[in-house]
Design a protein around this ligand. Structure first.
Ligand code: FES
Ligand SMILES: [Fe+2]
Length: 382
């Protein structure tokens, strides 16, 4: 079967801008962990769909604003995370929990704003939702309900598992040279594991999935319901949670495992795929987790941001930092193997490149492609 994915979807700036507007500024996107902003004045900054964002704790209440001062556009907060009141470092304008001006030093003497002018100043605020300890942001003026994007079961599993996350977290970012869609395609393709990760993940995860032909036929037909509701319902199918349909050799037991409370009921490899750019995995039966967030930077660049943590510690122990570092090194190997092949794929692309050909096991990707190309090639919106 021929794929619907033309080279331009991975190469064109115009398509990239359309994706940012029609997908990334419409849907709920992972923005961080509540444990990073649990104290008054704690903040995290992000660049999401090209927009600088700050998530700030105001006496326990979390708010998301555009991280740009209304005076002369300085970023209000800088750095990945920190603890500081929402005050611009440039000329010290400060803002309250509604994004309104709290104080402008020497306002009457220097600026001579009328009260009405001062009251009209307000930071742009974004939708923010907490799912367990995961923070999701929505950049739209009229955010869709979270339930339109993720099924109730998916939200429940995310909530339940993330409440079991420990608060000690290690974060690292890879600057990769490929289009963001190559990652989601790769995550929905377990057949690569034995070839790309023969000495790492492939040792534990044995792919054995065969898709049903019913789905194959379905992906070949055009989408029937092109209403926003219909397109959202279709999108919801792209996010799911569960043990992969693969044989998993339970990984070794490590001493640190006795120090944490694992997320219950999991054996082997369990993962959450949240369209468009979030992947959470536990390869240790709920004892530890990684969150991968794939942030599109340009048609040929994606930041792969990874968070490592264990399940909640029973109590603090001396080597917990070392445990996270070991996780990071292992994942550096696995993710490095994926990045190397995906960068190689991206490097072959040009505007006259041949169109990929897929088989029945790639149905999941074919369903995403059908939806994605409909969105890119028509005026329909989600
Ligand atoms: S730019 Fe922020 S106070 Fe001047
Ligand atoms: Fe992989």
């Amino acid at each position: 079967m021929q794929s619907r994915m033309l080279p331009k979807y991975y190469l064109s700036q115009e398509i990239f801008d359309r994706e940012q507007a029609k997908i990334f500024r419409k849907v709920w996107l992972f923005a961080g962990l509540s444990s990073l902003v649990s104290e008054n004045n704690a903040f995290i900054t992000r660049k999401i769909a090209g927009i600088p964002v700050v998530i700030q704790n105001f006496k326990g209440e979390l708010k998301a604003f555009e991280n740009v001062c209304l005076h002369r556009s300085a970023p209000l907060q800088q750095g990945f995370c920190g603890r500081r009141a929402l005050v611009c470092p440039y000329h010290a304008w400060s803002y309250d929990e509604n994004g309104s001006i709290k104080h402008i030093p020497d306002c009457d003497a220097l600026y001579r704003f009328s009260d009405a002018e001062k009251q009209s100043l307000k930071l742009r605020e974004f939708g923010l939702k907490q799912v367990g300890t995961l923070l999701f942001i929505n950049l739209s003026d009229d955010p869709m309900p979270l339930e339109a994007q993720f099924s109730p079961k998916f939200i429940e599993l995310l909530t339940d598992s993330s409440n079991q996350y420990d608060t000690e977290v290690m974060v690292t970012t890879w600057h990769a040279k490929f289009n963001w869609k190559l990652v989601y395609e790769n995550l929905r393709d377990l057949n690569h594991v034995r070839y790309i990760h023969p000495k790492s993940l492939g040792q534990a995860l044995k792919f054995q999935k065969h898709e049903s032909d019913i789905f194959v036929d379905e992906a070949a037909d055009p989408l029937a319901d092109l209403s926003p509701q219909g397109l959202r319902t279709e999108m919801r199918r792209f996010s799911h949670a569960g043990a992969e349909d693969a044989e998993y050799a339970q990984s070794r037991q490590y001493a640190w495992m006795s120090m944490v409370e694992p997320w219950q009921g999991v054996h082997g490899y369990y993962n959450w795929l949240a369209y468009p750019n979030l992947h959470i995995a536990s390869g240790t039966g709920g004892y530890s987790f990684s969150i991968e967030n794939h942030i599109p930077v340009s048609p040929g660049e994606t930041d792969v941001e990874i968070y490592y943590f264990t399940a909640k510690k029973k109590q603090a122990y001396a080597t917990s930092h070392q445990v996270l570092l070991t996780h990071m090194h292992y994942s550096k190997k696995v993710v490095g193997e994926d990045i190397a092949i995906l960068e190689a794929v991206q490097s072959t692309l040009h505007h006259h490149a041949s169109i990929p050909r897929q088989g029945a096991y790639e149905t999941q990707n074919r369903l995403v492609e059908r939806w994605y190309t409909t969105l890119m090639e028509t005026d329909h919106e989600i």
